[in-house]
Design a protein around this ligand. Structure first.
Ligand code: 5AD
Ligand code: SF4
Length: 483
C-alpha cells in the first residue's frame, strides 16, 4: 500500500529477456492499471510492488536476475508492505522453489498467468502467504488483458505464444508451453484499435509466428483456421497501418505462401529475422532444427527474389555440444554465403532439463569464446558493408522520436530495420513525428546511420525540413535490442 492511501499504488516492472518478455512486462503494467489503478514507477525505490520478469534462455540472464533479486532484501526490510513478484520463464520453471530460496518473494507467476496478477496480489494480502501460479491455462491470458494503449507510432501485437519445436538446447517449450494462436478476429481488432490510436507500424510477435493457425470460425479449434500468410494479408488491409514486421520466424514453416506475401504486400518490411542457429548440417540435426543449410539458403534466395533489397537477420549458437572446428568453419562459410545483416550470436548455454544438457561437451569454454569472437567480427564486417552501401540512397523512415543519444536529432527506422538519425527543424519535426518521411542516408556507423530528411512522401521542398544539416559521428547504438 502507498504511504498516503489517497495515492495510487506504484509498480516497478523490470524485464530480463527477449521481446516477448518485454511485451509481457508491458502487459503486466497494463493489467494492474486497468484492474486496480496501479501506476508505473521508473525505479524500484518507492514502488509498492516490484516485479522481476525473468528469462531463462541462457544462464547469464538467470544469474543476473538472481543477484539483483537478492539486492531487494534491503528495500523489503525497510518497507514490510512492499510486495515482490517474480514472473516470466524462470518463475515458470522453478515455481515455489523460488520462494524456498528467496523467502521474501511474495508472488510467483508464469508467462501464461500474468493476467492473474491482480488476483494473486489480493490473495497474498488476504492470506498473508506467498502465492504461486505457474499453470498454462491455454489462451485464457489474451481474453483477460486490457485493450492495448499506445502513444508512439510503433506497437507490438502478440499473435501466438509458446513453441512446439523442442530444439534440443532450448527451454522455451517448457517455460511457455506449446504453440497456441490467438483468434484471427482478435488480432485484427487489436491492430485496428492501435491504428486508430495513431500506430503506423506493427510488429507481429510470437516465438514462431509462421506457425500461426488462428481460428476463424465460431467456437473451438474445429473450424477453419487462417495461416500466417493470410494474417499478413488481412493486417495489411487495415487502414492506417503502413508497415508490418514480424518476429521470430522458423525456417521449418517458411511456406511458399509466406514468401509470396513478401512479393505481394508492399507494407511488409524489407527485413526478416530468420534464426539459422548453425551452418553445419550435423549440428543442425543434433539441435533438431528440422532443416539443412541448403534448405535454409533456398528460403533466403527465394525471399530475395520476391523482395529485392530485403535484409536477413539471424541468430547463431556457437559451441553446441560436439561442435568441431570444421562444424564451426561451416557456420563461418554460411555467414559468408548468406551475408546476414544484424545477427544475434551466443555461446551455447547448457539448460538443465533440455535434451542437449545430457550430451557430452568437451570443447573448452575458451575455445567457444574465441569462435564467438571470430564469428562476431565477421558479422560486424558484413553489417558495416551493408550500412556503407546504404549511403547516398533514400529510404522511407517512420519518425519515432528524438534520438536517444543525440538531443536535437530525430530517429526512425527504414523498412529494412536500420535505424537512422537525422536533424530536423522543430516545427517540421512536430508535424513529422509518427509519420513516414523520406531520408537520404549520408553516413554509416557500426550500428546506426545518419541522414538528412528530404521530404514527406509527396513533398518536394527540402529546405523546409532542415536549415542546417548537422555532421559528425555519434557512432552509438540507438535502440537495438538483442533477443
Ligand atoms: N544457449 C545459447 N543460445 C540459446 N538460444 C536459445 N537457447 C539457447 C541456449 N541454450 C538462442 C537461440 C534463439 C535465441 C532467442 O536464443 O539462438 O534463437
Ligand atoms: Fe526454442 Fe527452437 Fe522453439 Fe526457437 S524454435 S523457441 S529455439 S525450441
Amino acid at each position: 500500500m502507498p504511504a498516503n492511501p489517497e495515492d495510487p499504488p506504484k509498480v516497478y516492472v523490470r524485464s530480463f529477456g527477449c521481446q516477448m518478455n518485454e511485451y509481457d512486462s508491458e502487459k503486466i503494467a497494463d493489467v494492474l492499471r486497468a484492474e486496480q489503478g496501479w501506476e508505473s514507477a521508473d525505479a524500484p525505490e518507492g514502488a509498492d510492488l516490484i516485479v522481476f520478469n525473468t528469462c531463462s534462455i541462457r544462464d547469464k540472464a538467470q544469474h543476473k536476475m538472481r543477484s539483483d533479486l537478492g539486492r531487494l532484501r534491503e528495500l523489503k526490510e525497510a518497507n514490510p508492505n512492499l510486495l515482490i513478484g517474480v514472473g516470466g520463464c524462470v518463475a515458470s520453471q522453478e515455481g515455489a522453489a523460488i520462494i524456498e530460496s528467496v523467502p521474501f518473494v511474495d508472488i510467483v507467476f508464469g508467462p501464461q498467468t500474468l493476467h492473474r496478477l491482480p488476483r494473486l496480489i489480493a490473495a497474498r494480502r488476504a492470506s498473508g502467504r506467498p502465492q504461486v501460479d505457474i499453470s498454462f491455462p491455454e489462451i485464457e491470458k489474451f481474453d483477460h488483458l486490457p485493450p492495448p494503449r499506445k502513444s508512439g507510432p510503433c506497437a507490438f501485437v502478440s499473435i501466438m505464444e509458446g513453441c512446439s519445436k523442442y530444439c534440443t538446447y532450448c527451454v522455451v517449450p517448457y517455460t511457455r508451453g506449446e504453440e497456441i494462436s490467438r483468434r484471427l478476429d482478435d488480432v485484427l481488432t487489436e491492430v485496428a484499435d492501435l491504428a486508430d490510436q495513431g500506430v503506423r507500424e506493427v510488429t507481429l510477435l510470437g516465438q514462431n509466428v509462421n506457425a500461426y493457425r488462428g481460428s476463424m470460425g465460431e467456437g473451438g479449434d474445429s473450424g477453419a483456421t487462417a495461416d500466417f500468410a493470410l494474417l499478413l494479408e488481412l493486417v495489411s488491409e487495415i487502414p492506417g497501418i503502413e508497415r508490418i514486421r514480424y518476429t521470430t520466424s522458423h525456417p521449418r514453416e517458411f511456406t511458399s505462401r509466406l514468401i509470396d506475401a513478401h512479393a505481394r504486400l508492399p507494407k511488409l518490411a524489407e527485413h526478416v529475422h530468420l534464426p539459422v542457429q548453425a551452418g553445419s548440417d550435423r549440428i543442425l540435426a543434433a539441435m533438431k532444427r528440422g532443416y539443412t543449410t541448403l534448405e535454409y539458403k533456398a528460403i533466403v534466395r527465394k525471399l530475395r527474389a520476391a523482395r529485392p533489397g530485403i535484409l536477413i537477420a539471424t541468430d547463431i549458437i556457437v559451441g553446441f555440444p560436439g561442435e568441431t572446428e570444421e562444424d564451426f568453419e561451416q557456420t563461418m562459410r554460411l555467414v559468408d554465403d548468406v551475408q546476414f545483416d544484424a545477427s544475434f550470436s551466443f555461446v551455447y548455454s547448457r539448460r538443465p532439463g533440455t535434451p542437449a544438457a545430457d550430451l557430452p561437451d568437451d570443447t573448452p569454454q575458451a575455445v567457444k569464446l574465441e569462435r564467438l569472437q571470430r564469428l562476431q567480427s565477421r558479422l560486424g564486417e558484413i553489417e558495416a558493408r551493408i550500412g556503407q552501401e546504404m549511403v547516398g540512397r533514400t529510404y522511407d523512415v517512420l519518425v519515432e522520436g528524438p534520438s536517444r543519444r543525440n538531443p536535437g536529432e530525430w530517429s526512425g527506422r527504414c523498412s529494412n530495420h536500420r535505424m537512422v538519425n537525422f536533424p530536423m527543424d522543430p516545427e517540421y519535426a512536430a508535424r513529422s513525428l509518427g509519420r513516414m518521411i523520406r531520408v537520404r542516408v549520408t553516413q554509416a556507423f557500426p550500428h546506426t546511420l545518419r541522414g538528412e530528411a528530404i521530404a514527406e512522401p509527396g513533398e518536394t521542398q527540402p529546405e523546409q525540413i532542415v536549415s542546417a544539416a548537422g555532421t559528425g559521428e555519434n557512432g552509438l547504438h540507438d535502440g537495438q535490442a538483442a533477443a
